[in-house]
Design a protein around this ligand. Structure first.
Ligand code: PDD
Length: 278
């Protein structure tokens, strides 16, 4: 497939980045993952707004306007031989001639975009729901920024995979925060609960869509801290992300969540999401 690197469109296998790139040396960069349905990017404006927030948060000047980003993404999407895609874009602080923690002067950022087929969750997995485990959140204090320094998230996701599970739910200060690469919702007594968007979690684009759909369909919901005990005694637990959409978690640390099958609200939210994204 074709990718975009610093102004050029070229085969992914031919793209080259310097080993002195600060993304490689320091994880010094921002990224986004944008779902594309039938070659139409979903909520691209929101993703590019969040990219701007991340770049502001790490003091990296956005190398492109929204229109320039959209044009580059459109070209990558059009060139792909598959219609449903997951577009990855990354901006790092570029490659200096030496390794120094402080920002380099007069170094252009590295801009990279590529796309992959959007992997859909098999019907059988959707029907049974997935298993998750919990772990302490050992990440830094700016989890609202979508930065490429993802080692703690990598270790958290592998912790789940090692136990045959799909996700690790991170706990901090007695509260449920989010997954290693997803936001987490809880349903208790017919009320949808979502943790507040603060510096402890990534403000998910799918999270926003889910709350909008809840409001539109008259589902009662509250945005507030969710205690670990509330997570463990929830009727339903969901994970959401641009690539997983809305997926029910039916086992938590080996115990069934609610009835141990995807709950009624998870199924309705999934259906609403399918209608909404087209
Ligand atoms: N991850 N929280 C974390 C830590 C994430 O990495 C993600 C997404 C989300 C969900 O955000 P959104 O709904 O905007 O996709 C929440 C992407 C998909 C990734 O890193 O691959």
């Amino acid at each position: 497939t074709t990718c975009y690197l610093n102004g050029d469109y070229l085969p992914l296998a031919e793209a080259r980045v310097s080993p002195l790139d600060r993304g490689f040396l320091f994880g010094d960069g921002a990224y986004e993952v944008i779902p594309v349905y039938s070659r139409r990017p979903f909520r691209i404006g929101e993703h590019l707004r969040r990219l701007q927030q991340t770049l502001d948060g790490i003091r990296l000047v956005n190398p492109h306007t929204v229109d320039e980003w959209a044009e580059r993404i459109a070209r990558i999407v059009a060139a792909a031989p598959f219609a449903d895609q997951s577009v990855y874009l990354q901006v790092t602080r570029g490659a200096d001639t030496k390794r120094d923690h402080a920002f380099p002067k007069d170094v252009a950022p590295t801009v990279f975009i590529f796309t992959a087929p959007l992997t859909t969750t098999p019907d059988s997995v959707r029907a049974s729901g997935v298993a998750a485990v919990t772990a302490p959140d050992e990440r830094w204090a700016r989890c609202d920024l979508k930065v490429v320094a993802l080692l703690a998230n990598v270790l958290a996701r592998q912790h789940a995979v090692d136990q045959g599970c799909a996700e690790t739910i991170l706990l901090r200060d007695g509260c449920m925060i989010e997954g290693a690469a997803s936001n987490i919702f809880v349903v208790r007594g017919g009320v949808l609960l979502a943790p507040p968007k603060d510096r402890r979690m990534l403000p998910g684009i799918t999270y926003d869509v889910v709350l909008e759909l809840a409001a539109a369909h008259g589902v009662p919901y509250a945005v507030r801290d969710i205690a670990e005990a509330e997570l463990r005694s929830a009727d339903e637990v969901w994970m959401t992300s641009s690539t997983k959409e809305v997926l029910a978690i039916t086992t938590l640390d080996g115990e069934p969540v609610g009835a141990g099958v995807p709950g009624p609200l998870a199924q309705r939210m999934h259906d609403w999401y399918q209608l909404f994204k087209d």
